[in-house]
Write a protein that binds this ligand. Structure first.
Ligand code: UD1
Ligand code: UDP
Length: 361
């Protein structure tokens, strides 16, 4: 079986890290990096740390409007697909790289396997929702991370294409989260200095389009974090760097540590050791859940309903008072509740690919 895998953004590198090695035991994988994420600490660092095979193609496409980025990617991905003639295309998640690859393959009648299929926010102003819905509807094999993904497929008439495989992010978390020790994490601050982790800290990430259109939301989030009883480590996505620096300097948010994006090993170490987590990241919400760390998600919609139980993950408006209120709600953990699978999702993904696309002679 020959698989073309297309990745482009940080969370996709992590998922590919656990799946690619298994595909390559018995099959051929051509790895395509669209270039959507390109800074060393958003891309190459993940390939190095997680030992991800080097991309066979790097398309070097990033930035611009959604349409510009997606359209440029489609043109280049189409060329790769026509040259490689794979048995199927494998895509992950909900980024523009996912959508571009799916549309290009669909028009070439190449079957598509979508990992993280069926996830829905029911919010059509959320760009990732458009990417997810379109990708699912042109895909042949829909691999859901959770039961709610399968339920969404049923509602949209897609259930026959669906298989529940669990969450490869959970596989990665189990495999990599005990490697980095807290005392070995070295943060590179946005002012160029280096420092170790505070003994007690909150972990913040914030990069979604919904929270980064103007200063207002980040200012409210900073106002909340400034009031907390321990410093906040904010790993700043490049999208938010200039704004975060400017707001900190202007309002003297001295309880917030602004740092460059950290590698995955550091990030999961931060998750495991944080007092609490505040985020708008789909991946970080799940990792907080895996680690049993209380999470507050600054979005208007639920991405992973499975995490929203017993106060373990709560939505908050980008308002300081709401964030503080939700952070103060105590969570309850039922250790038998494991909605993201058994940590062997990657094997199940490859089995599903084989069952569907392997040409048997
Ligand atoms: C993208 C995904 C989002 C995902 C996130 C993961 C879409 C629509 N969004 O959002 O679903 O949660 O990745 O992190 O695909 N930039 C850099 N250096 C980089 C990467 C980006 O400077 O290494 C800049 C880009 O030039 C751009 C901005 O950050 O100006 C946003 O990047 P983009 O890839 O458009 O979206 P993300 O916010 O990263
Ligand atoms: N992450 C990381 N370094 C950081 C911030 C996040 O390695 O500085 C990891 C995080 O632990 C999770 C993944 O990136 O595994 C989530 O990706 P992101 O938040 O960029 O995207 P989303 O999950 O929202 O699509």
């Amino acid at each position: 079986m020959k698989v073309v895998t297309v990745v482009g953004a940080r969370p996709q590198f992590i998922k590919a890290a656990v799946v690619s090695h298994i595909i390559r035991k018995e099959h051929t994988e051509i790895l395509v990096h669209t270039g959507q994420h390109y800074d060393y600490n958003m891309s190459e660092q993940f390939f190095n740390e997680l030992n991800i095979p080097a991309p066979d193609y790097n398309l070097g496409i990033s930035g611009g409007s959604h349409a510009q980025m997606t359209a440029k990617m489609m043109v280049s991905i189409e060329e790769v697909l026509m040259k490689e003639e794979p048995d199927c295309l494998l895509v992950y998640g909900d980024t523009n790289s996912t959508l571009a690859a799916a549309l290009a393959a669909a028009k070439l009648h190449i079957p598509i396997c979508h990992v993280e299929a069926g996830a829905r926010t029911h919010c059509m102003t959320n760009p990732e929702e458009i990417n997810r819905i379109c990708t699912d509807h042109v895909s042949t094999l829909l691999l859901a991370s959770t039961q709610s993904g399968i339920d969404s497929m049923s509602k949209e008439g897609l259930a026959e294409r669906g298989v529940l495989v669990g969450d490869p992010m959970y596989d990665a978390f189990l495999e990599y989260s005990k490697i980095r020790k807290k005392e070995d994490v070295e943060l590179l601050l946005l002012n160029g200095e280096k420092r170790s982790l505070p003994a007690v800290f909150y972990y913040l990430t914030c990069h979604r389009e919904e929270n980064t259109n103007d200063d207002k939301d980040l200012l409210e989030i900073f106002n909340a974090m400034q009031q907390l009883d321990a410093p906040t480590v904010y790993s700043v996505h490049p999208r938010n760097k200039a704004r975060a620096k400017r707001l900190q300097e202007r309002y003297n948010f001295n309880n917030i540590i602004l740092c460059e994006p950290v590698g995955y090993l550091d990030s999961v170490c931060l998750v495991n050791n944080a007092k609490k987590i505040v985020t708008d990241s789909g991946g970080l919400q799940r990792e907080a859940f895996f680690a049993g760390i209380k999470c507050v998600t600054i979005l208007d919609f639920v991405v992973w309903p499975e995490t929203m139980v017993d106060n373990r993950n709560e939505l908050a408006k980008p308002k300081a008072s709401d964030i503080i209120e939700k952070l103060n709600n105590k969570q309850k953990i039922d250790s038998a509740y494991k909605p993201f699978g058994d940590g062997h999702s990657a094997e199940k993904i490859v089995s599903a690919l084989e069952n569907r696309f392997l040409r048997r002679v």
